[in-house]
Structures are given as C-alpha cells and as structure tokens.
Design a protein around this ligand. Structure first.
Ligand code: SAM
Length: 217
C-alpha cells in the first residue's frame, strides 16, 4: 500500500507497509520494532501522562525501535489528545515529539490498520469501562489479532471498573491470552510503577495485563 502523510502525522505509513519502519530507521537498523498501540487514546493519550517515568521517556527517546501509536475513532478527541501531547511535551521538556516515533492515527479499535502479530503492546485506558465504547468485544478481538506472541495487552481502568471487568471476561476466556500476576514487570521499561500511580487515588481502579501465548496447532 502507498504510504502517505495524514493530518495525524503520517503514522499510517508505519502501519500499512511491511518494510516501511525499516526504511524510516535506515537500512543499518536490524532491531525488531517495538510498537505500542493505544486504542481509544482520546483527549488524554497514555503518552501524555504526567506519571510517565524518566526512565520510560529516556528509553523511548534513545531507542529508535520503539514507536507509540495513539488511535481513536473520534477525530475530534484524537486531535485534542495530539494537541495536548505536543503542548505538554514542550512544557515538560520531554522532547518525545522530536523522535518522530509518536503518532496519532484515526482508526476504529474494532478495525485496526495493523498486520496480524505485529504489535508489542496494546493499551486500553478507560476504554473497556466506558459505557459509550463502540464494539468493545470487537476491539478486544482486534487487540488480540495484532499482538505478537509474547506481546502484552494492558487494561487500565480508573473510572468505571465494574463495566471494564465485565468486558474483560472475554480476555480471561481467550485461549491465546494469559493473565499476568499484578507484580509482573512488562513493557520496554518496568511500567508497573507508572500504572500504579495512575490508579492510586481511586479505590476501585485497576490495571490488568494479559500476555499473548503461542497456541499449539
Ligand atoms: C473515556 S475515553 C478515554 C480516553 C483516554 N484513553 C483516557 O484515558 O482518558 C474513551 C475513548 O475511547 C474511544 N473509543 C470508543 N470506542 C471506540 C472504538 N470502537 N474505536 C476507537 N476508539 C473508541 C472514544 O472515542 C474515547 O476517546
């Protein structure tokens, strides 16, 4: 598929092609891409969180294999989230925008523009618990499809955890996913402290992680 720039920073070029990322990073780079996809990033994308640790930010900046792709099916919310990210990135002097590896893509969570088994991390934050979430079951199916074996699907719910827990039933029953113990470290740096900080102030808030495993054929 032809690569093209879009209003959200040209991230579609990352997704639609087989070798595009390699081209962007130069032929010398042999390291496998570590692609993080947030589904339903809305006006408050994970990558804009004040809770991100210095270690997380520094690693994302220095490691050219890491991409963060925020997606939402609402262009308005996605655009607001992108603008907040850019503003805060400058104000907090994080300089993540300069990496060219943080992208905002208009996409339905139930029809993701990613190849099967291509994503290292999927984040649902305050999406599976959102009573207005569109097609949550299909979103979870898509998340499972795009995840690599060994990849991690992360659910963070701060506001309406009872709805998220109902939806998570699907994830718990999926044969290809295993729930990870709460203390298990996941991510390109340990993200448990970051996620805990996001949920600390709210009694019923939770984080749940699932790892995709190989299924015997
Ligand atoms: C409650 S907001 C959460 C936003 C952000 N993740 C946060 O933590 O504040 C839920 C977001 O999910 C998005 N959303 C709901 N259903 C969706 C779908 N099927 N595909 C993509 N985005 C969806 C909405 O547009 C909205 O931006």
């Amino acid at each position: 598929m032809k690569s093209s720039k879009n209003a959200y920073g040209g991230a579609d070029t990352l997704i639609c092609m087989g070798k595009g990322l390699e081209r962007q990073r130069g032929p010398e780079s042999k390291k496998e891409e570590y692609i993080i996809v947030e589904i339903g990033s809305g006006a408050s994308p994970y990558i804009d969180s004040p809770e991100l640790s210095k270690e997380y930010i520094d690693k994302l900046k220095e490691d050219e294999s890491i991409y963060f792709i925020a997606t939402d099916d609402s262009g308005g919310s996605l655009g607001t989230g992108r603008n907040w990210f850019r503003l805060n990135d400058e104000m907090r002097e994080r300089e993540l925008e300069k990496t060219g590896r943080v992208h905002f893509v208009l996409a339905s969570g139930h029809q993701l523009p990613f190849r099967d088994n291509s994503v290292a991390e999927v984040i649902f934050r305050n999406v599976l618990g959102d009573p207005e979430a569109r097609k949550p079951l299909e979103m979870m199916r898509e998340a499972e499809r795009v995840l690599k074996v060994g990849g991690v699907l992360k659910v963070i719910e701060m506001y309406t955890p009872h709805i998220a827990r109902q939806n998570m039933d699907f994830l718990s029953r999926a044969r290809s996913l295993e729930r990870l113990p709460d203390a298990e470290k996941t991510g390109f740096v340990d993200e448990t402290a970051i996620d805990e900080a996001m949920t600390r102030e709210r009694a019923a808030a939770f984080v749940a992680r699932f790892r995709k495993k190989e299924l015997a054929s």
